[in-house]
Write a protein that binds this ligand. Structure first.
Ligand SMILES: O=C(CO)COP(=O)(O)O
Ligand SMILES: O=C[C@H](O)COP(=O)(O)O
Ligand SMILES: [Zn+2]
Ligand SMILES: [Zn+2]
Length: 359
């Protein structure tokens, strides 16, 4: 029996989201979450998931969602980020069944000042639920990790109660992810706040479990967004095992890994850290920077290699001064090269996380 026997192809919602994450936990793998900024980027990740026979998580950041709506649209009230997230969700919902894999549709970091974006997405989820019986998104992330822990937990609980009514999963963050996220520079936060304590995980687990089992925790274990010189990021995935043991002891659980963990800053991570993190209960790993670079590579190489075909609409060194170059400058040709190289990087993520072949 594979994942596709318990969860449908296409965007999954409600109880199916729990089933997918629980299946990953029980079978010792995690699912990569790729940030998508356009339909082309989303399609590349889906194509690779289909070919790798893997489930996939597609997520929009607040900035990525605004980009989906168009850089030229004003976003002073989060209107572009809300409309762009809704547009991305509809695009993905419509095409995901064609790829034959379960897809979790998610939104990324939402800090306190961005809550109007979150509210807008939830309104769209509720409207979609009224019409179809399913929310628009499978899950959302709230990132109040820079606020005091009590405020973080209380705000999440308030939202979780609203989300639980329509079956939306919540990912929350505790401990800060270093590097940069959504324009917030966390490059200089002190080291201790990059590593979450077991008591904090227990406080969250206990409080959230009163409402619903449908949540995951992005716990800091040294994670940093972006890619840096080797040796500059010190990951300590073994902390996640300590968290699991602490919670397990509190609830006297038979489940070896009661907590669903999320690994942020997956790009540039060493395979051994990824493998260890998954073994300690990570079920989702975010990858953005590496797929951004991979998407560029194909386009960059195409433009460099075909430069002489791209400098004018007519005339190239091979076919002569009258030859049209339409076959080279059509975006379906050169953007496609980016999709292909991005798909290769996605395939590596499916393999590293063990989700490849799990359908
Ligand atoms: O955590 C991420 C998005 O939330 C992605 O991090 P990277 O860009 O380091 O892969
Ligand atoms: O926060 C991490 C993701 O990489 C999102 O990045 P972004 O805000 O540049 O879209
Ligand atoms: Zn954060
Ligand atoms: Zn992140």
């Amino acid at each position: 029996m594979g994942l596709i026997d318990i969860a449908p192809a296409g965007v999954v919602a409600g109880k199916d989201v729990y089933k997918v994450f629980d299946y990953a936990r029980q079978n010792g793998f995690a699912i990569p979450a790729f940030n998508v900024t356009s339909s082309s980027v989303a399609n590349a990740a889906l194509e690779a998931a289909r070919d790798a026979k893997s489930p996939v998580i597609l997520q929009v950041s607040q900035g990525g969602a605004a980009y989906f709506a168009g850089k030229g649209v004003a976003n002073d009230k989060q209107q572009a980020s809300i409309a762009g997230a809704v547009a991305a969700a509809h695009h993905i919902r419509n095409i995901a069944p064609l790829y034959g894999v379960p897809v979790i549709l998610h939104s990324d970091h939402c800090a306190k000042k961005l809550l109007p974006w979150f509210d807008g997405m939830l309104d769209a989820d509720e409207a979609h639920y009224q019409k179809t019986g399913e929310p628009l998104f499978s899950s959302h992330m709230l990132d109040l990790s820079e606020e005091p822990k009590e405020e973080n937990i209380e705000t999440c609980k308030k939202y979780l109660a609203r989300m639980a009514k329509i079956g939306i999963w919540l990912e929350m963050e505790i401990g800060i992810t270093g590097g940069e996220e959504d324009g917030v520079n966390n490059e200089h936060v002190d080291n201790a706040s990059l590593y979450t304590q077991p008591e904090d995980i227990w406080d969250i687990y206990r409080e959230f479990s009163e409402i619903t089992p449908n949540f995951s925790i992005a716990a800091g274990f040294g994670n940093v967004h972006g890619v840096y010189k080797p040796g500059n990021v010190q990951l300590r995935p073994e902390l996640l095992r300590k968290h699991q043991d602490f919670v397990k002891e509190q609830i006297k659980s038979k489940e070896d890994k009661p907590v669903f963990f999320v690994f942020h800053g997956g790009s540039g991570s060493e395979k051994k850290d990824i493998t260890n993190a998954v073994s300690y209960g990570v079920v989702k790993m975010n990858v953005d920077t590496d797929t951004q670079y991979a998407y560029l590579e194909g386009i960059r190489d195409f433009v460099l290699n075909k430069k002489d075909y791209l400098m004018s609409q007519v005339g190239n060194p091979e076919k002569g001064p009258d030859a049209p170059n339409k076959k080279f400058y059509d975006p379906r040709v050169w953007v496609r090269e980016g999709e292909k190289t991005m798909a290769k990087r996605c395939t590596i993520a499916y393999q590293d996380l063990g989700s490849a072949g799990k359908l």
